[in-house]
Design a protein around this ligand. Sequence first.
Ligand code: DGT
Ligand code: CA
Ligand code: CA
Ligand code: ZN
Length: 593
Amino acid sequence: MKLTKTMTNLQIAELLRAVAASYQLKDADKNKFRIIAYQRAADAVEHASSELKDLWDEGKLKEVPGIGESIASHLDELFRTGNSKHFQAVMKGLPPAMFELMEVPGIGAKTAYRLVSELKIGSVSELERAAKEGKISGLEGFGEQSQADIAKSIAETKGRTKRHLLPYALQIAEDLIAWLKNDKSVKKVDPLGSLRRQAATVGDIDIAAASDNGPAVLEHFTRYPKAVRTLEKGDRSASLVLPGDIQVDLMVQPPEAYGALLQHFTGSKHHNIALREYAIKHGMSLSEYGIKRAKAGGIKKFADEESFYRYLGMEWIPPELREDSGEIEAALENKLPKLVEASEIKADLQIHSSFDIETSHDIGESSMAEIVETANSLAYEYLAFTEHNPSKSQHSAGQIVELLKRKREAIDKINYSIVKSKTGSVKKVFNSLEVDILPEGGLPVPEEGLDILDFALVSVHSSFRLAKGDMTKRVLSGLSHPKAKIFAHPTARKLNEREGIELNWPEIFEFCIKNRKWLEINADPMRLDLPDNLVHDAVKAGVKLTLGTDAHHKDGLNNMPYGVSVARRGWATKEDIVNTRNLDQFENLLGRL
Ligand code: DGT
Ligand code: CA
Ligand code: CA
Ligand code: ZN
């Protein structure tokens, strides 16, 4: 792995994962905490909404949650000198190819090391060939199944180009928009494309500017200090490349024609195609400059989008809905939904605190009290603490119940102090838990433990590759428990990393409606799960949804707006989202458990 001063967040995350893997191979027992620290730092870097190098420039490296003192000092050396003696020393002696193989989902450090050292595999494409030729199944401890899994993972990874997570693209766009506003000839600036539509991932960044002096704006744009190079520059548009190979397109038009520009380049492509077909049928043609009538000459300009859509005989369509999934028909009939808004969210229903119940998966970094404070700053009325269940392999049933009793006491204390102090907006915290659904559909918490909970989230964290029928049975079995109220991050996808599991969605929806279970929209930018298209299906079917950030740090609660965007893209209104209800209404719904 080549270390440089200008490594992007993705490259640094890869580097930190390589260091963690090296520790794992060299002496896993001794380095247990280091391994966790490096993996956590890698996730934090990948999630960060600013370039690490910029944060380092501003002296803010240590403020990134998940990056501790020692990793920060090594990163400091990296940004200063372009190298890190420590990282190099840890990775020394290990074949670099193994780090490339580890990018294939499901291949961990040990597997990668064995594939490289025993089969002399030097790259992912060589691994693919070895799987095809049946060479992997012969390796000790591997079989036909693991060989097939590897081949499938590679095939999935290949068709995928890395797209940027929404907050990352948003941060870059915001910086650029601020830069554009420095130019006095710029009257208005807005994001366009997938960014304005709030899609889960963004390919390139598109921006619109209104100005009477296009060439001056484009000239200013190409002088953006962070630009690596200018791809092209014309009279009305220009494109830049930013660090990390990110492309930004800027389109400029005079203010009186700005509405058509916004509409045209917001897309999506499918929305525009459908809109164009509708226009043609009604004797009009659309472009980024305005609308032409077949019979009359000249082009009608629009200063804003509202007047553009109105001219076509329909309501203005919120950008999140512009995917050609029925929005044009609805807009023509004035039947667009009133989409849920961030200000309507009254609770966060998935939060992991640092309260230690010796969980099966990662625990949070902030205390319950710190989290309540953040929830107060967000004006929430209630929230749920949903740590992972205590690990089943490490505890007896009795010990699990003991741990859950301790947590119950902690929650009771917090509720007592909330009631007594009457200061913040939070009136109650719920004693919940994120419970694994085991591969056979069982829950790893004894009845007596589940009894203590107000309600549980259930979710899939292992055996992602079950066939659709088996997976559906597994999930419905886990969700059947009376305490299981929410099916969390239902597809278990991780953007850019892992495809979702296969489920029979109509069956899941039907079960949820019949048994009053809710599906989560997980607002973690790496998940955004349920995905927007399935949210739309769920909403159409009448399933109720919950929003949760899956925060593992108090700052994670601030990710809620990304979940709201998914809900909006899925046509959800306030009614469809359970945690828009106030505390009384929510407790009522829970009471019918
Ligand atoms: P992305 O960048 O892959 O996340 O997706 P978008 O939707 O931002 O797509 P992009 O950047 O290719 O184009 C922005 C929007 O502009 C797209 O949604 C549709 C619209 N559009 C209209 N005419 C054209 C055209 O001639 N070329 C492209 N590329 N886009 C066009
Ligand atoms: Ca784009
Ligand atoms: Ca573009
Ligand atoms: Zn989870």
